[in-house]
Design a protein around this ligand. Structure first.
Ligand SMILES: [Fe+2]
Length: 408
């Protein structure tokens, strides 16, 4: 039994805050392993496109994050598990040193999945020891980095599911990640929520943890606008397809139309036409398309074209947040991320933090669009009303959908 385990399990435990953090750390680390558990070592090596990463890489990279940003700076006596892993499992942190090329992550058969499990156990023990043994003066900064690391790992937990879904979608035998998987129930509501014109405060207001890109809170003028209470459904998307939505350049942004032609898009991602009958490749394998379910795996370009076809718009991220704060949106969380028409830019007064962790969000604030809400793959407790997800406009391997806005 490790020192940390003794520390946590002691009946006269005198440091409940440290015990809570160790518990939180274990919960997040175990959730990653739970998501990887149905996957064989072979499943865990594959990288189906440059945007996606192997499951084994996610398991190792999240571990490297704790090792690099939490353990090594605070424990001079820490024995690094393998010096070569820093090159293999650094994602994009230039300040943390050179790194392996992202599109080539799927070419790494070694370390094996089992060795990655050993790496995780090694770093887990070091992190737990650090939390248990840190001086009172060092603890606040250690917990600050720990919390970033936990939220970082939760983001990768979502990517694990979307990346393996994309990988399995390339397999003609349509393997199921979980044969018993069921989609979340949609709580669709009719109609539009009215936002009368007014000044509102958006952004994070000391309501618990947030990423740096969610602040500072600031005032914005919002409305008048009406926002759909419900997400756009597969059935509505079928009508868009039947009406020639993918064949009409007048509906598309110029870059979007180029993407339609280059990628031969005729339907959302993971839709398959079986002799005129649409099926959808899901975490449960190939399933009949449910017309009532919210549409997912659409790019920003597709969401924008659909809105134009419907005579509507996408909401801005500020409009989305005001409506969500007011409880006016059904399915705001837990089904699909919702594209907004807002480009991913710094809020007024945003300053990235110093050092390598300053690279976490700020340097990506160009050429991407904001998505709000959360998806069925988002881990429990990771969602909030100020959360700003962001992807490039053509991306559609995430669980991405939309709701409409109307300015009339
Ligand atoms: Fe990462």
């Amino acid at each position: 039994m490790s020192t940390a385990a003794l520390f946590v399990d002691a009946p006269a435990f005198a440091h409940p805050e440290r015990a809570r953090w160790i518990e939180a750390f274990r919960r997040v680390r175990q959730e990653t392993e739970r998501r990887a558990a149905p996957l064989s070592p072979e499943d865990q090596v594959i990288q189906s496109m440059p945007d996606a990463s192997p499951i084994k890489w996610h398991r190792a990279h999240t571990t490297w994050f704790f090792e690099t940003f939490l353990v090594q700076p605070n424990r001079p006596d820490y024995a690094t598990f393998d010096q070569r892993f820093a090159f293999l499992f650094n994602s994009y942190y230039v300040a943390a040193g050179p790194r392996h090329a992202r599109p080539k992550r799927g070419l790494i058969t070694r370390p094996s999945a089992a060795e990655v499990a050993d790496y995780r156990a090694h770093v887990d023990a070091a992190v737990e020891r650090l939390i248990a043994d840190a001086s009172a003066s060092a603890l606040p900064e250690i917990l600050r980095i720990l919390e970033i690391g936990l939220n970082h790992e939760e983001q990768h937990q979502e990517l694990m599911l979307t990346d393996i879904l994309h990988a399995f979608a390339q397999n003609p035998t349509a393997p199921a990640y979980d044969a018993n998987w069921r989609p979340p129930r949609s709580g669709a509501k009719e109609g539009f929520a009215e936002l009368p014109e007014g000044i509102h405060t958006v952004g994070h207001q000391n309501e618990g943890y947030c990423f740096d890109n969610e602040g500072p809170a600031h005032r914005v003028l919002v409305g008048p606008v009406r926002i759909a209470r419900s997400l756009v459904t597969n059935g509505e998307w079928l009508a868009f397809i039947k009406d020639g939505g993918y064949a009409n350049p007048m509906l598309w942004l110029s870059d979007g139309w180029t993407a339609v032609q280059n990628e031969s898009w005729q339907a959302p991602g993971h839709w398959q036409d079986h002799d005129g009958e649409w099926r959808q490749f899901t975490l449960g394998g190939l399933r009949p398309l449910d017309p009532a379910a919210p549409v997912t795996h659409v790019s920003y370009y597709e969401a924008d074209a659909f809105a134009r076809w419907a005579g509507k718009h996408l909401p801005t991220e500020q409009e989305w947040e005001v409506a969500a704060r007011g409880g006016q949106l059904a399915d705001a969380f837990g089904i699909v991320w919702q594209w907004t028409r807002s480009s991913y830019s710094p809020y007024p007064g945003f300053v990235a933090c110093d050092g390598a962790l300053g690279e976490y969000n700020g340097k990506f604030m160009i050429n991407q669009m904001v998505l709000r809400g959360s998806s069925l793959a988002t881990p429990e407790g990771h969602s909030r009303v100020t959360y700003r997800n962001f992807f490039y406009p053509p991306a559609r391997w995430q669980f991405t959908g939309l709701r409409l806005a109307d300015y009339n």
